[in-house]
Design a protein around this ligand. Structure first.
Ligand code: PCA
Length: 323
């Protein structure tokens, strides 16, 4: 076991003696910077739970992958090394295609459509998480995903050979279909990867572009609005079940608030992030018609691949969404 893992396991078991009543401390690993709205929302969620339980359940967030790296958070919570955590769920689409439903290119491209899709998909995703020893608490979308490059790109042909940072299977597949070279990199390592040339381009929200100060390495942002992926906050099932009824209710009530507040913040910040990119000298623009058409074709390929992979259940969700 890595030291970080051992420390996390020890922290997860820490029982803090409160004033009279026993208080329990839950360490909550998160992957994105403390200043990111997902992380701030997670911290507010923790405060909400602490207040609602009269201090009995103290959720302490650890942003930036400081407790577990993004890719390790889900397993850590599944195995009880952490009682709760936040993870970009589409990064686990290799375990279950349903986890990638929010990253099907051009299926749900606005906050409204993303909500519609999530309403349809959330029960199935919560069930899949339950089968993996996880209790679904809340999900918050990222703003729409656009392309970052260090040159003008007006067609998929212009992307050929570029080293493309991927954060899930869908982003790696886009790279492959566009003739680029995918390289999986956590958001926490993105700035460095761009600075050293390990990656030269990526797809993400304005939020992550601003967090990573990408204008230090890249020049062009294309607002293609491919999809809005979600971070999910989940708890370890045994840890959740060990709570008393009032604490469970506090968790789910605060989770509902966090879902609403997190998404409202994402919406409010969406355009501001793109303005920040532009203010720092990036060319922020819509895609050319040719690029749009090329990407649409890639999207069609990926949609049929997803449906094939996800089977009848997946297809039923898409049909329900499109109804
Ligand atoms: N930011 C995260 C995932 C999606 C997003 O907008 C990232 O780039 O890692």
């Amino acid at each position: 076991m890595k030291l970080r893992t051992i420390l996390a396991a020890a922290a997860a078991l820490t029982i803090v003696a409160g004033t009279g009543a026993r208080a329990e401390k839950w360490d909550m690993p998160m992957a994105y910077p403390a200043s990111n709205y997902h992380s701030e929302n997670g911290a507010a969620f923790g405060k909400c739970v602490k207040a609602a339980t009269g201090g009995k359940l103290d959720i302490v967030t650890h942003a930036g992958g400081s407790l577990f790296a993004g890719n390790d958070i889900k397993r850590a919570v599944q195995t009880g090394q952490a009682p709760i955590g936040e993870r970009l769920i589409s990064a686990h689409a290799n375990e279950n295609p349903l986890y990638g439903i929010d990253s099907i290119p051009f299926l749900a491209t606005s906050f409204e459509d993303s909500d519609k899709l999530w309403k349809v998909a959330q029960p199935a995703i919560a069930k899949a998480l339950d089968a993996q020893n996880l209790v679904y608490l809340y999900a918050v979308p990222w703003p729409p995903q656009g392309f970052y490059f260090k040159k003008a790109v007006n067609s998929v042909a212009d992307m050929k050979g570029i080293k493309f940072r991927a954060y899930n299977a869908a982003t790696a597949r886009i790279a492959a279909l566009a003739g680029m070279v995918p390289v999986q990199i956590e958001a926490a390592e993105l700035s460095q990867a761009l600075a050293t040339g390990v990656a030269e381009a990526f797809i993400s929200s304005g939020s992550t572009g601003v967090d990573s100060k990408v204008w230090e390495s890249l020049t062009h942002f294309y607002d293609v609005q491919a999809w809005l992926p979600r971070n999910i906050v989940f708890a370890n099932k045994a840890a959740f079940n060990a709570l008393d009824a009032a604490s469970k209710k506090a968790l789910t009530d605060c989770a509902a608030k966090a879902a609403t507040n997190g998404e409202a913040t994402a919406k409010a910040l969406s355009a501001k992030y793109l303005k920040t990119l532009a203010d720092n000298g990036m060319k922020v623009q819509p895609p050319s018609d040719k690029l749009k058409a090329d990407l649409k074709a890639i999207g069609a390929t990926m949609t049929s691949e997803w449906v094939k992979n996800a089977g009848a259940n997946g297809k039923a969700l898409i049909d329900a969404y499109e109804k």
